[in-house]
Design a binder for this molecule. Structure first.
Ligand code: FE
Length: 216
């Protein structure tokens, strides 16, 4: 079995958001799909360890914001590599409430969904949501997971359904590359990594230069 086949599956990059007793919370979701047209339903897979998971269960509603290719990588880092348990991810993000659900202003489209069913797996819940509202916000190109991986050089967080552990990745690329140990971002700037200022931070997850290490 060659698990690299999973990287040939197509995914988008979304935020799945909901309300936690009046506070907006959310996480990155890439396993989302339209399931039916009438009634319109969407399925999204969320890790049970994600704080957002319990909030969606409690609230019974969620929003999917479609992230465009020109999204700020820090936004993906914040929603993908930090937890709503101890941070307010929306503090530095513009959003509007639609049907009571937080929608990112920088998204190129959104879906507001009411949870109508759930599929349980050992690690994730697949929430089936009936679409109550949806809209196109602009003409930006929606980001695919492949674009995030190849152009932004980001990787899936450990809680994502699409996460592949480093040791199982067949072609790990440049062996001398400096890689963020938090989000797996691979530094590829022109300045040698060693010469970067000490206040350099990972453009994806915002962690310090010190969390980078050479791949091998
Ligand atoms: Fe990082």
């Amino acid at each position: 079995m060659n698990i690299m086949a999973y990287w040939n599956m197509s995914y988008g990059v979304y935020t799945a958001t909901t309300m936690d007793k009046g506070r907006p919370v959310g996480c990155i979701a890439n396993s989302a799909m339209q399931v039916t047209v009438e009634p319109a339903t969407i399925a999204v897979s969320i890790n049970k360890d994600n704080y957002t998971h319990g909030c969606i269960e409690e609230c019974g509603m969620f929003a999917l914001s479609v992230l465009p290719e020109n999204s700020d990588p820090k936004l993906i880092g914040s929603f993908g590599f930090s937890s709503g348990r101890n941070t307010d991810k929306f503090d530095s993000v513009d959003y509007t409430l639609i049907e009571g659900m937080p929608v990112l202003s920088s998204s190129c489209g959104h879906f507001i969904c009411k949870v109508v069913s759930k599929l349980d797996t050992p690690t994730h819940t697949v929430f089936l949501g009936e679409v109550m509202d949806c809209d196109v916000m602009n003409t930006d190109t929606p980001m695919t997971y492949a674009y995030y991986h190849k152009v932004i050089k980001g990787r899936a967080p450990k809680n994502a359904p699409t996460y592949i552990p480093d040791e199982l990745i067949v072609d790990q690329g440049d062996k001398s590359a400096w890689v963020c140990t938090v989000c797996s971002y691979e530094y590829d700037g022109e300045t040698p990594f060693e010469d970067l200022p000490e206040d350099y931070v990972c453009p994806i997850c915002g962690q310090a230069k010190s969390v980078f290490s050479k791949r091998n």
